[in-house]
Design a protein around this ligand. Structure first.
Ligand code: KE4
Length: 429
């Protein structure tokens, strides 16, 4: 592969953009090398500034469930853009998409649009704090809920002490209200709740972790959290920014039959335009301004272009349920094919999959939480990443991300990917 133009653009970008990128994971820091600069995309293919073509397994980190430049989505955006890009006033489209989501997800009576998953999660915990009058929030090590201060927290020195900032700029005052538990460990989170009796406003988690690789919930974990929250008057927030409308039309809540008090969305509901959302039970959502006292606002929230794109995509998913069966078959084929290659070459790995979210951990351990995910062989990961990139397959450039499949992938794409993976693994000998 020739990366000449990407290298030149990366050099130029770094003079005017921190790290040359507008989101850190794009800088390839986990895998090394030069980030490739994309010029266009269509279906399951990305094209970079050097004219190289790649089969895409990032799907813009989730939104492109039906592939890039989906014709109906593009037309919807083009049509609506001709009539201005934002009004700062309510529109019918916002009702349409809100009705579609509240009908699709039983526990969501009302929903508020915002502009990113971060904003959705920040807002959801603020509402939970306002509704309960409590201050503390429990999150899980390795789960990511965007870059809001309350989430950039790591476990304190003692397993049960308050959190500490994981980024400069986050104050100890903020960190003291975030507690960190171990994903898939019901005992750990229960103990944390008991030590902080009547002080925990919310427990927030990704129902399927997708930011420490792909880690499914252990049997009974989500149900256990639901019961714990019911017993203790804690708001259960499921962060479905990644899983929403991906792992099933009703999201992880439908897949695991657990209903949250609040749920957050992003990515797919905007079809690649900036959208986030939070929604849930009527009695909680009515605490949100202007109905209630919890303030939250946004100039471009419910933006007509983003609503047109998201509504068009969600309608297609609602009206074509077979898409999920097709995605399931494609995802299973890819995951099984890659696992078979690793087994044939005796490469230790732990492989996970929930629908079209796929995870491969290069470790001999089983992976149910961040600490085990962190045993993955990151050097091997980087070699495989670049070997695949050289062969025109664009995998996520971090061992702590999942593969996101789109339904535009063809059998030929999948066969090519498995074959390329086999060549790369064989070349490691
Ligand atoms: P955004 O603010 O990036 O729209 O959403 C934050 C967020 C919240 N919750 C979950 C479960 C998420 O996965 C995300 C964002 N996901 C990452 C990818 N793992 C975004 C990629 C990036 O940071 O560039």
């Amino acid at each position: 592969m020739n990366y000449t133009n990407s290298k030149a653009l990366y050099e130029k970008a770094q003079h005017v953009i921190p790290g040359g990128v507008n989101s850190p994971v794009r800088a390839f820091n986990s895998v090394g090398g030069t980030p490739i600069f994309i010029s266009k995309a269509k279906g399951s293919y990305l094209y970079d500034e050097d004219g190289n073509k790649y089969i895409d397994y990032i799907s813009s980190w989730g939104p492109m469930l039906l592939g890039h430049a989906e014709p109906d989505v593009i037309k919807a955006v083009q049509d609506i853009a001709a009539h201005s890009t934002s009004f700062g006033a309510p529109t019918k489209l916002e009702i349409d998409i809100a009705e579609l989501i509240t009908e699709a997800v039983p526990g969501v009576d009302k929903i508020r649009m915002v502009n990113s998953g971060t904003e959705a999660c920040m807002s959801a915990i603020r509402v939970a704090r306002g509704y309960t009058g409590r201050n503390k929030v429990i999150k899980f090590k390795g789960c990511y809920h965007g870059h809001g201060d309350s989430f950039l927290i790591e476990a304190g020195s003692g397993a049960l002490t308050m959190g500490q900032p994981s980024s400069p700029g986050v104050t100890p005052g903020t960190a003291q209200d975030t507690l960190i538990a171990r994903f898939n460990d019901l005992e750990d989170v229960t103990r944390l709740v008991q030590v902080n009796k009547d002080e925990v406003a919310a427990i927030i988690l990704e129902p399927v972790a997708g930011n420490m690789g792909c880690i499914p919930p252990a049997d009974g974990f989500l149900e256990g959290l639901r019961s714990l929250c019911d017993e203790q008057g804690i708001v259960l927030i499921l962060d479905e920014v990644m899983t929403g409308f991906r792992v099933a039309f009703g999201g992880a809540q439908a897949l695991y039959s657990v209903t949250a008090d609040l749920v957050t969305y992003g990515k797919i509901i905007g079809a690649g335009l900036p959208v986030g959302a939070y929604g849930g039970k009527k009695e909680i959502m009515e605490y949100v301004a202007p109905t209630g006292p919890v303030y939250q606002a946004g100039t471009l929230s419910g933006n007509p272009l983003a609503m047109a794109a998201g509504y068009t995509l969600l309608k297609k998913l609602r009206d074509n349920p077979q898409i999920y069966a097709e995605l399931e078959a494609k995802s299973a084929k890819l995951a099984q094919g890659m696992e078979q290659v690793l087994n044939e070459h005796n490469i230790p790995s732990y492989n996970t999959r929930v629908g079209s979210m796929v995870g491969i951990f290069y470790t001999d351990q089983t992976v149910h939480s961040f600490d085990e995910a962190n045993t993955t062989d990151q050097k091997l990961f980087a070699k495989i990443f670049h070997g695949m990139l050289e062969r025109g397959v664009y995998l996520p450039p971090s061992p702590f991300e999942a593969l996101f499949l789109s339904n535009s992938l063809t059998d030929e794409d999948l066969d090519y990917t498995i074959n390329a993976f086999s060549e790369v693994i064989a070349s490691l000998k």
